[in-house]
Design a protein around this ligand. Sequence first.
Ligand SMILES: Nc1ncnc2c1ncn2[C@@H]1O[C@H](COP(=O)(O)OP(=O)(O)O)[C@@H](O)[C@H]1O
Ligand SMILES: [Mg+2]
Length: 390
Amino acid sequence: ELSTIKDAYRRSASDGSEFVIISAASGYGKSLLAHEFGKHVLAGGDIFLSGKFDQLQQGKPFSALAIALDVYCGILLQGSGPSSKVAEIASKLRSSLGNEAYHLTKLIPNLASILEGPEILAINLNEDCGNAQKRLQYLLCQLLQAISSTFSAPVTLFLDDLQWADQASMEAVLQLLINLGPSSQEDKCFFFLGCCREGELDEEHPLWKLLCNADTLSIEFTNIKLDMMDEQTINTMVSETLCLSPRITRSLSSIINHKTNGSPLFVSRLMISLGKEGLLRPSLCRRRWEWDKDKIECREMPDDVAMFLKKSIRELPEAVQLSLCTMSCFGASVDVTLIQTLERAMRKTFTGGLDIAVAKGLLDKIGAQYRFSHDRIQEATYNMMKDQYR
Ligand SMILES: Nc1ncnc2c1ncn2[C@@H]1O[C@H](COP(=O)(O)OP(=O)(O)O)[C@@H](O)[C@H]1O
Ligand SMILES: [Mg+2]
């Protein structure tokens, strides 16, 4: 699957633009695969813009696109990218958009520092919504084109969780595929990668329109469908995780396969939980992992990963559950500063609970941000709350 994406990426370098959609049920490894591809792109010194749509922000136009561009502008400003790029992109933006570029600064705060101008005229998205969106869509495309023109390789835009995407974002992606495609006059190329939960798109979903238009306009695209893991693949995963030969781990993998129906998310969560319960543990005298086959086999547990996660969260101390539930109302990731503001406003402490959740593998702490380690965990905690508390 990774080489299919790499091939499409290489083709976009010569043909102008192309896209790949990875689809599968939740927890089947879509995001992981996309990020593996991202590592490959970044290792080659090329550009990988990455953003994620959020279930709770479905009404907010361009959210994932704005995150991807804001993070990239932040990297440029920190100087971890080539320093001449900041000046080059700023000058291209000023010349192609003039003061209009400042309209983007509400969506992409880091862009303000790149432009360095005194004038800030950010568009108010609430007034004259339709027009403002069209204008922002045009400006976002211009910004991406300006970035693209500073690279010889294709600019990759990766948007995760397209099932929660808004219409305006999908239209912007189509526009980019057209503007930077084979028939465009400009010497630029663009590669779009999207992940989408299978079976969660209704008939009106904007992704269908993108696929339909791409077909009509003969824009190349590939759909990669990820399947559940078979027993042999699970055994490879278990044997690599435990650093034991596949022959030894086969009996354990067979039980895990049976209990998880081959969902990679479920497999990894179940192994973490077996480790916490001591049913899977390192043996100092044998210098290897060992497990209680019979106890694991008899262990009662839900046959669905969502229920399994909910049960694991319910077993946590109440204060940790409260911290997780509160955080789940604000999206897939939350800044520490927001948590501190909430602590002051609600006269409660959340950071301690969130740190315990990090230790339990339910959250990741990346820089000054807590992030749910999977959107299923956010959903599970959010769904545990009663409406009035949300
Ligand atoms: N190919 C794989 N090898 C090992 N673990 C995997 C693989 N794919 C997925 N996983 C496990 O499943 C979890 C969920 O994967 P993720 O990519 O977040 O799923 P999705 O985006 O489809 O919901 C990962 O965090 C990882 O633990
Ligand atoms: Mg995902």
